[in-house]
Design a protein around this ligand. Structure first.
Ligand SMILES: *[C@@H]1O[C@H](CO)[C@@H](O)[C@H](O)[C@H]1NC(C)=O
Ligand SMILES: *[C@@H]1O[C@H](CO)[C@@H](O)[C@H](O)[C@H]1NC(C)=O
Ligand SMILES: *[C@@H]1O[C@H](CO)[C@@H](O)[C@H](O)[C@H]1NC(C)=O
Ligand SMILES: *[C@@H]1O[C@H](CO)[C@@H](O)[C@H](O)[C@H]1NC(C)=O
Ligand SMILES: *[C@@H]1O[C@H](CO)[C@@H](O)[C@H](O)[C@H]1NC(C)=O
Ligand SMILES: *[C@@H]1O[C@H](CO)[C@@H](O)[C@H](O)[C@H]1NC(C)=O
Ligand SMILES: *[C@@H]1O[C@H](CO)[C@@H](O)[C@H](O)[C@H]1NC(C)=O
Length: 367
């Protein structure tokens, strides 16, 4: 009893210290954060795409049911998504605003605080997402918008951009399309994954060319464990030991080390490039294995909290009450509670699931 009390007191004291440190410093760990990728980190860009279909938007209930004022902002989550939660670890309120929401005249001033370019449905290949969404803000367009905004800022910004954090979470939608639309009969998994890595490398070089130096890159998670993919893989031969689509998960498992070696090579070639690669496969597996983590006890791993079966999440779909115990919010996306665990790992993990350093260490580097 006494020792548990002691532990609580210690935790409380640490929290107060952390508050004091933040309060006194009042400075986030980096001047700005720039976010790229897909629906795991989109905070509303797709709301501004006229031809993007409703299933690729999240601007209606029950999305945002746990967000301030229960606002459906375009986040594919019940609350804050991974970009928000990583931003919060860095000392920001939440993710920077969606690029497509910004009037032209505000872009230059917003660049000094950060911008989110991510678009649900997009992937590493620019054509990814069009079948499902009709329109996405593809990765090349995201990167190009960033580089042209940097150019508009003119000289004197190199320091700001090089100290800022580039946060990228993409690639899952390419894997979904590859497994869901098996139209290309001559395909070769390795060649397909190599094409994704080559595309990733091109985008990173373009961002580096614009002055970015600190990259937090998240590998695609075990996409075969999404409720959508579990539903597709019926045959037990198609299932792995987590009960997920073996083929889809196989792609994620194969891709992670390929991204790792691409990043190692790039950092060796490009002076002062630094990165943190998050191993989403390992992090997902930790949770799927039933590991109880501090403040996170996920007991429902295979069903979404909102909707389910063939139906998506919408205002009339069934909604779970105990959202902290669900891994999935809808058929494709984690709950805010699960994103929080991932953000915490990306930021603080001492080396099990982030290489060669965590995002906290990356942010503190002075290039
Ligand atoms: C990517 O986006 C740009 C800008 O919207 C567009 O011009 C281009 O056609 C897109 N690429 C593909 C392959 O869809
Ligand atoms: C920025 O600086 C570079 C070299 O220092 C120079 O070549 C370039 O013209 C400058 N650009 C602007 C917009 O001032
Ligand atoms: C089919 O896959 C091969 C090998 O991955 C690739 O080179 C080719 O472009 C693909 N064709 C189509 C139509 O997607
Ligand atoms: C797939 O492509 C890789 C890389 O090009 C090659 O080494 C391998 O032999 C190919 N596999 C098949 C089954 O064609
Ligand atoms: C999850 O469990 C499997 C099977 O026991 C094991 O091989 C794997 O290493 C575990 N992964 C994590 C991250 O706990
Ligand atoms: C996790 O939740 C389950 C179901 O509510 C409960 O039985 C279990 O005791 C919890 N484990 C921990 C460590 O809190
Ligand atoms: C709303 O979601 C439910 C459950 O997922 C589904 O059955 C229904 O068709 C959806 N309604 C609309 C208008 O999409």
């Amino acid at each position: 009893m006494a020792s548990r009390r002691g532990a609580f007191a210690l935790v409380a004291a640490l929290c107060l210290l952390e508050l004091a440190r933040r309060g006194l410093a009042e400075e986030p760990a980096v001047p700005a954060m720039f976010v790229f990728g897909d629906s795991t980190v989109d905070v509303g860009n797709n709301n501004f795409l006229a031809n993007c279909k409703a299933n690729c938007k999240a601007n209606y209930p029950r999305y945002g049911v746990d967000y301030p004022f229960q606002s459906p902002t375009g986040r594919f989550s019940n609350g804050y998504n991974l970009a928000d939660q990583l931003a919060q670890k860095l000392g920001f309120d939440k993710s920077p605003p969606p690029y497509l929401s910004l009037p032209d005249v505000t872009i230059i001033s917003q660049m000094s605080k950060g911008i989110n370019f991510a678009s649900g449905g997009s992937g590493l290949i620019d054509s990814t997402g069009w079948k499902v969404c009709t329109e996405v803000f593809n990765m090349s367009a995201q990167v190009q918008s960033f580089t042209s905004a940097v150019q508009k800022m003119g000289n004197g910004t190199a320091d700001l951009i090089s100290r800022s954090l580039i946060f990228i979470n993409t690639g899952s939608n390419d894997l979904f399309e590859y497994t869901d639309f098996p139209s290309n009969t001559t395909r070769n998994d390795t060649e397909f994954l190599q094409s994704l890595v080559a595309s990733y490398k091109g985008h990173l070089k373009d961002l580096y060319g614009a002055g970015a130096r600190k990259f937090s890159v998240v590998s695609p998670s075990l996409v075969g464990c999404c409720p959508s993919q579990r539903a597709v893989a019926h045959d037990t031969n198609d299932l792995d030991f987590h009960g997920c689509s073996r083929a889809a998960n196989g792609l994620s498992r194969q891709l992670y080390p390929m991204l790792g070696s691409m990043l190692r090579g790039l950092a060796a070639d490009l002076p002062s490039m630094h990165y943190s690669l998050g191993d989403s496969v390992g992090m997902a597996e930790l949770v799927l294995n039933g590991t109880v983590l501090p403040g996170a006890n996920f007991t429902v791993l295979d069903r979404p909290c909102c909707g389910g079966g063939v139906g998506g999440c919408n205002g009339t779909a069934p909604l779970c009450l105990d959202r902290g115990s669900y891994l999935f919010w809808d058929n494709f996306h984690p709950t805010a509670a699960a994103s929080n665990v991932f953000a915490r790992e990306l930021f603080f993990d001492p080396g099990a699931f982030v290489h060669p350093m965590n995002v906290h260490e990356l942010a503190e580097l002075r290039p």
